[in-house]
Design a protein around this ligand. Structure first.
Ligand code: AMP
Ligand code: GLY
Length: 438
């Protein structure tokens, strides 16, 4: 039986699963929809939006999600992070005839298993780094001994962004392989993928899909490293901007083609994929190649993509589930968006929590500035405190790249909490052009 949709024009309650900056951005955009009523966020964070409220529902428990959605007459469940997607929450929600945004477990394998997605790309001729995967240490080490550094070692499964090592020496690669098989990532490390190391600028192309049609979002570029000059450890992302001026028109067409081929490949393999497909690309000298797929919106990419999306997000999400995405067109702001992540001192390593956050109202009062909450929490007496590594995403829109950047940093400088740090060079290389990545 098909999920039942409220008639056009009727107001709808929505349940968003997740607690990061991505989810706050989703909630803010859904709150701006003409048809949204109450937006429940489970578990949410210290951020708010008109009509939004945090609720305590375990996002990994399908029965709890369905019970809550029925009780509250939720017309759409939006799944933010990868864990509930990989756990099959979307399958259960759809089986309960509740419309859902996000792929089921079989589609989420594109993110949940690097081996699966690499073999998928191989089957469908989608350019990616050459690779091999192993379940036993001796086999992995024997393969490694025939390679030259640098080489990339990846845990097959979900490892909260910590499962990838770009090893500069074979010794480092050897250690990473042992580390992966040591059980550090649990079942996610039972298979190891060894990849060729590619070079070039990275960018993200996200598309909405109803399983057949593909509607691309504006490209975005994340900054993964903790330190300025793209040095230091990998993080979930320290800043981002959209669009991405260094992508040539030809590269964009190739990336879009690979996303279309991927969706067609999923369909041909009988995998029902509805929601967002995130393509992480490297722009190599041989053309764009796929680094990875994610089965969800990017974080922090969403925090610059959604403020630029003029089309009603709720209508697009419903169309991904119901089909008929082809009847829609996405309209984009011509302005640029740039977002700076304010993080807790020590991130991505150990950091303190519970630091009071000051200056938010002044930052939000600036023109064309949106502050999305990530690791924040409201205490019982209403005080906003830090509660995670990435604390706030300060996004600004501007008529030019420089204007968006300067506004974002102006806002960042008004905000303070003990130990706060951020990168001062978000977007710096974009202005220098392609040569800056050589
Ligand atoms: P992934 O989670 O697979 O995107 O990997 C995280 C990060 O590791 C990417 O954003 C790249 O910066 C880097 N990376 C992953 N795979 C490769 C590769 N084959 N060559 C070079 N860098 C890579
Ligand atoms: N920004 C990288 C990711 O969402 O995976």
């Amino acid at each position: 039986m098909m999920a039942s949709y409220p008639a056009k024009g009727r107001f709808m309650n929505i349940l968003v699963l997740g607690s990061g900056g991505r989810e706050h951005a989703l909630v803010v955009s859904l709150a701006a929809s003409e048809r949204s009523e109450t937006i429940f966020v489970a578990p949410g964070n210290g951020g708010s939006a008109p009509g939004a409220q945090n609720v305590n529902v375990d996002m990994l428990d399908p029965a709890a999600v369905i019970r809550f959605a029925r009780e509250q007459e939720v017309g759409l469940v939006v799944i933010g992070p990868e864990a509930p997607l990989v756990a099959g929450i979307a399958d259960a929600v759809r089986e309960a005839q509740i419309p859902c945004f996000g792929p089921g477990a079989s589609g989420a394998r594109m993110e949940g298993s690097k081996r699966f997605s690499k073999e998928f790309m191989q089957r469908h001729n989608i350019p990616t780094a050459t690779f091999a995967s192993f379940e036993r240490i001796p086999d992995a080490l024997a393969y490694l001994s025939g390679l030259q550094a640098p080489v990339v070692i990846k845990a097959d499964g979900l490892a909260a962004g910590k499962g990838v090592v770009v090893a500069q020496t074979l010794d480092e690669a050897h250690a990473a392989i042992l580390d992966c098989f040591s059980g550090r990532f649990g079942a996610a490390g039972a298979t190891v993928v060894i990849e060729e190391c590619m070079t070039g600028p990275e960018c993200s192309l996200l598309v909405f899909t109803d399983g057949e049609r593909v509607l691309p979002m504006a490209p975005a570029q994340d900054h993964k490293r903790a330190g300025e000059g793209d040095l230091g450890p990998n993080t979930g992302g320290m800043g981002v901007y959209s669009p991405v001026p260094i992508i040539t028109a030809a590269e964009y067409q190739q990336m879009l083609r690979y996303m279309e081929l991927t969706v067609a490949g999923l369909l041909s393999e009988g995998i029902d994929y509805r929601g967002v497909l995130y393509g992480g690309f490297m722009l190599t000298s041989e053309g764009p190649k796929v680094l990875e797929f994610n089965a969800r919106f990017g974080d922090p990419e969403t925090q610059v993509i959604l403020p630029r999306l003029k089309t009603d997000l709720l209508e697009v999400m419903l169309a991904t589930d119901r089909g008929g995405l082809g009847a829609l067109e996405l309209e984009w702001e011509e302005r640029w968006a740039l977002s700076v992540v304010l993080a807790s001192g020590g991130y991505p390593g150990a950091y303190e929590k519970g630091r009071p956050i000051k200056g938010l109202a002044a930052a939000e009062a600036l023109e064309d500035v949106l502050v999305y909450h990530a690791g924040t929490r409201r205490t019982a007496d209403g005080l906003l405190v830090t509660a995670g590594g990435r604390v706030l995403n300060v996004t600004a829109l501007g008529a030019t790249f420089e204007q968006a950047r300067d506004r974002a940093y102006e806002a960042v400088e008004l905000i303070d909490f003990e130990g706060a740090f951020y990168r001062r060079d978000i977007g710096a290389r974009a202005l220098l052009g392609r040569g800056a990545w050589a």
